[in-house]
Design a protein around this ligand. Structure first.
Ligand code: BGC
Length: 403
């Protein structure tokens, strides 16, 4: 910016940010961050890469870094952050983290992915979780109004949606979306089962009888999606529930961002609940901004961005719009709606009770190699290419080969 009288301009501070927040609700949340930085004199260069779950964004990132042109900050999930850190590609946020006491307020479950070798490398923005169901309230009322408490009640509800002439399950056939449902289905068989399968990668659990049952349930759910599900983006599936064309969607709480953006209110227009059988447990994923190594003159803006993200006021404002819980434990839930309050409470309780697990589908249980191996089997089974018997055998083998 030139100053009056033509004096030499001070170089403008700016950040270039790569992310996959391109749906209506996501863009509204991103705008909170952009405006916050702009109010601090930091300009924003946007690098959006559409594709829920970030698969495409990670491909574009690889190309950028290979070309020696890393963005300042990149939206990233769990193990991907650690993989980049291992490659030595990330910067260092220790100075701002120490000055602001991040160690004390950011849950350790998140710090596991924000730190590498004892150094802060990423700034967590939020905590999402995947074991949610988003139900159209009018459709639920017409079906008797009772939230399904277990698998049988869920199936009965889906049958009633069908009788109402609705698409029972709004879903988009993309590998990450299939895997998001699988997170919840596996968790509904209990914490131990989820842990043994996805955290411990125990071959017997992955290839066992209960896993076959989990795949059978996936096949049952598949029977409730519409004919046009293939390739549909997740937010278009949310729109089907919002518009009353579908009964419900199984999706992480970023879906709430779509309902809110459409002016819908929890309790009145839609109902949020944990996937039947998973109450008390949480499969989480946290969006973090991994900070890349950039030229020295770009570091101050990078540190300011990290600091802005961790401000409690920003954490509240952003996550209210995004549908997630704050990434700090000291942010009041005052401004959050009932689903947001529940997300914050569930998270704290699950953390205390030892029933908080990283989401397999969203990169918080395993590195990308294992995650992609699981995606592949889950998707082929969901699309009818594998029986449940074949799926368990393939799952155990694919994970073993990938780990
Ligand atoms: C991210 C969310 C995002 C969702 C859909 C998840 O992996 O954590 O922030 O809204 O993908 O794109």
């Amino acid at each position: 910016m030139m100053t009056m009288g033509g004096l030499a301009a001070k170089a403008e501070e700016g950040v270039e940010v790569l992310h996959w927040w391109t749906s209506g609700g996501e863009a509204a949340a991103l705008d909170v961050l952009k405006k916050d930085l702009e109010s601090k004199g930091i300009s924003w260069t946007d690098m959006p890469v559409a594709g829920g779950g970030g698969t495409e964004a990670m491909t574009v990132l690889r190309a950028r870094v290979t070309a020696g042109n890393a963005p300042t900050a990149v939206q990233m999930l769990g193990f991907d952050i650690l993989d980049w850190a291992k490659e030595g590609a990330l910067g260092n946020l220790d100075e701002v983290a120490a000055a602001e006491g991040w160690d004390k307020v950011i849950p350790t479950a998140l710090q596991q992915f924000s730190k590498y070798d004892g150094h802060w490398i990423a700034a967590p923005v939020n905590v999402h979780s995947t074991n949610w169901v988003w139900i159209n309230k009018a459709a639920l009322d017409a079906a008797g109004g009772k939230e399904p408490a277990n698998w049988d009640e869920l199936v009965a509800l889906l049958d009633k949606f069908k009788e109402q002439g609705l698409t029972p399950v709004a879903h988009g056939g993309q590998a990450w979306q299939d895997a998001t449902i699988f997170d919840a289905v596996v968790l509904s068989f209990g914490n131990d089962f989820y842990k043994k399968a996805f955290i411990d990668l125990d071959a017997e659990t992955l290839g066992g009888a209960q896993m076959k049952e989990a795949f059978d349930r996936m096949a049952k759910l598949r029977s409730y999606v519409d004919d046009n599900f293939s390739g549909r983006d997740w937010n278009l599936a949310s729109a089907m529930v919002i518009e009353g064309k579908a009964g419900l969607q199984f999706m992480g709480d970023w879906a709430k961002g779509e309902f809110i953006k459409a002016g819908k209110k929890p309790g009145a227009d839609f109902v949020c609940m944990r996937f039947p059988g998973t109450q008390g447990s949480v499969t989480f994923n946290s969006d973090q901004f991994a900070m890349f190594k950039v030229a020295d003159d770009k570091v101050p803006a990078q540190l300011k961005m990290a600091s802005a993200i961790e401000s409690p006021v920003f954490q509240s404002a952003f996550n209210v719009v995004k549908g997630s819980a704050p990434a700090r434990t000291d942010v009041p839930d005052t401004d959050f709606d009932d689903c947001g309050k529940k997300a914050i409470k569930d998270l704290a309780e699950a953390n205390t009770n030892g029933s908080l697990y990283g989401s397999m589908a969203h990169g918080h249980a395993n590195p990308a190699s294992v995650k992609n191996a699981i995606y592949d089997v889950v998707t082929r089974h969901f699309n009818g290419e594998l029986t449940s018997e074949e799926a368990v055998t393939e799952l155990a083998a694919a994970v073993e080969a990938a780990k």
